[in-house]
Write a protein that binds this ligand. Structure first.
Ligand SMILES: [Zn+2]
Length: 313
């Protein structure tokens, strides 16, 4: 059954069968909560359906999840299980971000990270194109040791893209400019979280300062026709995570999600999970939710899916 028919007949199994991408996924929270519970052998409190921004989400993560996900063994489980979740969902290209602080888990730091990630890529090679992404938290832009590690990580030629995240106000893009220049020179794809909550102008400014190829979220751009036109002219792709935006309060409900207006202005958009452990919706489910909320027709969703695959092939 084709994807359009699968959506219009609400056949989730068939929706999952269609090839798709997830290019906004954070390894630390990448598997379903149920899988973590099964691995731990006990249940965990569910996240609230609405949280107050990133701060609200971190309150939940710190209160309920942190003890269970920040040990080396649990991280290895979550990342591997997240890859299996993606495969089961029909994801064929997975750009999963691995936080640079992961190096702290290994006595030999980046050497340990490298062997873990190379083994993961190899283990799932026949099922998914896993493209490890280097993740850098904005809260640590003034940490010289972590910044030096991130520069070293680029030199490994292991990471195919770079991403910047955590509180948007924690550092301006200028603080990571040299890191991004090095990533560009190494041929990496440049991405950063911006415009999840902030304003449209900051989305454009961050793209310009860091020479970004793509933006994680970037939905605040919908507040400015000028910025949307600029993104469209420059074909800067926004990797959108609809359920994440609704649960963290950036968007009040799915039906009014700005992904529609961004699409109408010709801004390239993709549909992604962000943190499956928190938001609970796979890429297939995100497509289905957008269809059922009347945001896009099945044909438009198929076009978005198809475009995400061709850009990466
Ligand atoms: Zn994210």
């Amino acid at each position: 059954m084709d994807f359009v028919k699968a959506l219009s007949t609400d056949n989730l199994t068939a929706i999952k069968t269609a090839p798709k991408t997830d290019i906004h996924s954070h390894a630390f929270l990448s598997t379903r909560l149920e899988n973590l519970e099964h691995w731990l052998g006990h249940s965990l409190e569910r996240p609230p359906s609405k949280m107050r921004g990133l701060e609200g989400m971190m309150e939940y993560v710190n209160a309920v999840l942190s003890d269970h996900i920040i040990t080396p063994d649990s991280f290895k489980f979550v990342a591997s299980s997240g890859i299996r979740d993606a495969i089961q969902d029909g994801v064929v290209v997975l750009e999963m971000s691995f936080d640079i602080r992961l190096a702290e888990y290994y006595p030999d730091e980046l050497i340990g990270v490298q062997s873990f990630l190379e083994a993961l890529v190899e283990q799932y090679r026949t099922q998914v194109n896993l493209r490890p992404e280097l993740g850098f938290p904005r809260t640590h832009a003034d940490d010289p040791k972590l910044m030096a590690l991130a520069h070293e990580a680029i030199e490994l030629r292991l990471f195919q893209s770079i991403d910047l995240y955590s509180y948007e106000e924690a550092c301006p893009p200028e603080a990571v400019k040299s890191l991004y220049a090095e990533a560009r020179a190494a041929g990496m794809k440049l991405k950063a979280h911006v415009g999840e909550f902030g304003d449209a102008e900051e989305v454009q400014r961050t793209v310009e300062v860091l020479d970004l190829d793509e933006v994680q979220h970037g939905i605040a751009a919908a507040e400015s026709v000028e910025v949307m036109r600029w993104l469209s002219e420059n074909q800067i792709q926004l990797n959108v995570c609809p359920t994440s935006n609704v649960m963290l309060g950036g968007v009040s409900n799915l039906a009014s999600h700005p992904i529609r207006v961004l699409f109408d202005y010709g801004v390239p958009v993709t549909i992604n999970t962000d943190d499956l452990m928190i938001f609970g919706q796979s890429v297939s489910e995100e497509y289905r939710n957008l269809y059922q909320a009347g945001v896009f027709s099945a044909e438009e969703l198929n076009d978005i899916r198809y475009a995400s695959l061709t850009v990466l092939s």
